[in-house]
Design a protein. Structure first.
Length: 742
């Protein structure tokens, strides 16, 4: 799947981790002022008990000389969803269910015939609450179209997403005040969307529809505070009918369009009623509404048309009736709802004059946010499992029900990489395992902005990121579905994606840099030929070269550009001979050499160049389970063991500061923690950055002051995390710009 984002975003200029940057030297006086200012800043943060401001962050204070004070935060995590609607669940023309939901982002889950798949529809921050779904499937051509209305909590807007069979288009429909909560969507006979929603600023019920050329919005009811819990359906003439809650009078209200005007009436004003309303229309254009009686903690039902209405209480046992959803089989109502007393999913249907009430699911705390569909005599219900923070799907009839979890909480944040721009702000690429897509995040100075880059298949593993001179991101990654090497870049308004190599099974372990002309270079593994490959793009297109095919090579590639802008260096693992290798471009050819062959070195390698363009490499030695470091002194590689405590060194990431001092982030497998090491001048200083099952897939970048920034995977929360640090040395806050290299 592809996504079009209509809003253009400009990005700042770049300081590139993968190309040797120029750092101006600091005078002793300037460094002293910087130390003093930073010390005052930190003391203020300690006094207030918090670090940061725009985003909540965890802070680790340490006392050892040379230790780092780390700020950590979760950047992206699935499963943050709430306020699903009674129309979250729908079926396509092939009989496959689709569910929409959100909160941190807007998600779409669907059954592909064998398992639940999940996409991120809108990767913007704080979107997806109150999502409502409508689907139409055409026969000629055979295509399924999806329409989603939802709330943007960050901006207080009503948004709309449309799947045209090949890509998502995202539109903001209404941004006039805090609008878009309690949305409900339906399609007319021309497949044009119509949406009811709540204007929280004015306390009004609003309605939007697509005319065929533009969105038109109007206010339906503006009598005091009305319009929450809307539910919309169209009759056989295409006229809209809306049930909703009158907040001021605690009543159930109903609005219908006659073809020339809105007619509004109160259906039930006895006690406090009308929340969680759900509306359906039968073939006789008779209206059916389920809703919650808050006074009596009961489920109620209203049916009628025009001025003739009947209301009744269906279930008043305990505390029941929230999160109702109604569907019809002919004229027979079926209703799902929540039992708040026993935390369970309930279902009722009417047979003659009697209602039969059943418990569908009482495992843990379940039954929030129900959405019900009746199809071919069978009932389907999606709902929220609070205990497991998941969405469940029940199907059945009578006493026979099958229940499944869709797995909405899935790993996100593996295969991460990080780079800093000219404003020292981080940009990240990462893989969303749940959606099997490539994602991108950046810090704009106030908040994280998350975007979906590519979701056309299983894409995004082995991603690598760099920035152009204009600050726009360039990303290389692996398309596992097609076994291709991929390349994507932001052109200022949208993501542009290209296949960089489709010659066989290629594209694992990618690493990207840009040359002096801004053209991409990518190192990667050719799995078919077990070789190290290199791809570059120029005005004529993509070109591929085999760098090394001596045995099974090309694992764990990492690449950095020399200061001339045209001479890349690559570190990688030779699996056939269990050794670390280094390849670099010299004038007109590739030079390949062995760096370390003692034990089993070379996995998870990471390379950087010093001010002499000499390579430094951090890597994992798997026989001993050690983190190792190699640096070229002009004649040979000097090799050190950085950390040998327990099994350490996987996912090593290396960066040199302006004084050529190495800094390394890495994973401690034994203790499941993220660690960080840097050279003090005579020894390595090592500390834990973050604990509690975190640290895989980490990537390190240093800013212009030499401060570390790390992206990494939080296994415990299945989330992408970010850490930023500042140094303590001899009781002062110290920026390590002048340490002596090892």
């Amino acid at each position: 799947m592809k996504c079009i984002q209509r809003k253009s975003e400009s990005l700042p200029s770049v300081v590139n981790r993968r190309q040797r940057p120029y750092h101006p030297s600091f005078s002793r006086a300037a460094r002293g002022l910087l130390v003093l200012a930073a010390t005052i800043l930190l003391l203020g943060m300690v006094t207030s008990g918090a670090v940061g401001g725009a985003q909540p962050r965890g802070v680790s204070f340490t006392a050892s000389i040379g230790d780092v004070v780390w700020e950590t935060e979760i950047i992206d995590q699935t499963g943050k969803f709430e306020n699903m609607t009674d129309r979250s669940l729908q079926f396509d023309g092939d009989g496959k269910p689709h569910i929409v939901f959100g909160g941190d982002h807007l998600y779409h889950a669907y059954w592909d015939g064998s398992r639940w798949q999940m996409d991120t529809v809108d990767g913007a921050t704080g979107v997806g609450q109150y999502a409502s779904l409508a689907i139409v499937t055409t026969t000629s051509p055979k295509r399924t179209y999806l329409h989603i209305s939802y709330y943007d909590a960050t901006n207080g807007d009503l948004k709309y997403a449309y799947w045209d069979g090949s890509q998502w288009t995202i539109t903001t429909i209404d941004s006039n005040g805090d609008v878009g909560k309690h949305t409900s969507i339906a399609l007319d006979k021309n497949r044009n969307p119509r949406i009811s929603y709540y204007n929280a600023t004015e306390g009004d019920l609003k309605y939007a529809y697509w005319s065929g050329s533009q969105w038109i919005t109007e206010t339906v009811d503006e009598s005091r505070d009305v319009g929450a819990y809307t539910s919309l359906a169209l009759d056989s003439n295409g006229n809209p009918h809306i049930s909703y809650y009158d907040i001021s009078n605690a009543a159930l209200k109903y609005a219908r369009w006659t073809g020339s005007q809105w007619v509004i009436r109160t259906i039930d004003g006895k006690d406090s009623v009308g929340q969680h309303s759900s509306l359906a229309i039968d073939s006789n254009n008779k209206i059916h509404i389920s809703y919650y009686d808050a006074t009596n903690d009961a489920l109620k039902y209203a049916t009628g048309s025009g001025d003739s209405w009947n209301t009744e209480t269906i279930d008043s046992s305990g505390r029941v009736g929230k999160f109702t959803s109604i569907g019809l089989s002919g004229t027979t109502p079926h209703i799902s709802y929540f039992d708040d007393l026993y935390d369970r999913l309930m279902y009722t249907t009417k047979s003659g004059a009697d209602w039969s009430v059943r418990v569908i699911d009482d495992e843990d705390q379940v039954g929030f946010y129900t959405s019900l569909v009746v199809r071919s005599g069978k009932v389907y219900i999606s709902y929220y499992d609070y205990t497991n923070q998941d969405i469940k799907f029940a199907q059945g009839s009578g006493t026979s029900w099958d229940i499944d979890s869709i797995g909405a909480v899935r790993p996100i944040g593996t295969y991460t990489d990080i780079v800093l721009d000219g404003n020292q702000r981080p940009h990240l690429c990462y893989y969303d395992e749940g959606s099997q897509e490539l994602k991108y995040a950046r810090w704009d100075g106030n908040r994280w902005i998350n975007m979906m880059v590519d979701n056309s298949g299983n894409v995004g593993k082995h991603c690598s990121i760099t920035l152009g001179s204009n600050g726009n991101p360039h990303i290389s990654y692996y398309n596992e579905s097609n076994a291709d090497l991929m390349y994507a870049f932001w052109d200022g308004s949208k993501w542009v994606r290209e296949v960089a190599d489709a010659g066989g099974k290629v594209g694992e372990y990618t690493s990207i840099v840009l040359n002096a002309n801004g053209n991409p270079y990518i190192s990667y593994r050719d799995m078919d030929n077990t070789s190290l490959k290199f791809a570059n793009r120029d005005a004529s297109g993509w070109h591929q070269t085999t760098v090394d095919n001596d045995g099974d090579v090309g694992w764990y590639t990492d690449m950095v550009m020399a200061s001339d802008g045209f001479s890349p260096h690559i570190s990688y693992y030779d699996q056939s001979n269990d050794r670390l290798k280094h390849a670099y471009w010299k004038v007109d050819r590739w030079v390949v050499e062995v760096v370390d062959s003692a034990g089993s070195p070379g996995k998870n390698s990471s390379i950087d160049l010093d001010s002499n363009n000499y390579p430094h490499i951090a890597y994992y030695e798997s026989d001993a389970g050690d983190l190792k470091y190699a640096k070229w002194n002009g004649n040979t590689f000097e090799i050190q063991t950085v950390d040998s405590t327990a099994n350490v060194g996987k996912y090593a990431s290396l960066a040199l500061n302006a004084s050529n001092v190495p800094h390394i982030s890495y994973y401690d497998t034994t203790n499941s923690v993220l660690k960080f090491a840097y050279w003090l001048g005579t020894s390595w200083h090592i500390q834990v950055v973050d604990s509690n099952d975190v640290g895989k897939y980490n990537a390190l970048a240093l800013d212009a002051q030499g401060l570390p920034h790390i992206s990494y995977y939080d296994q415990a929360n299945q989330a992408l995390k970010y850490a930023k640090g500042t140094y303590f040395v001899q009781g002062e806050l110290y920026l390590p710009l002048v340490s002596h290299a090892p």
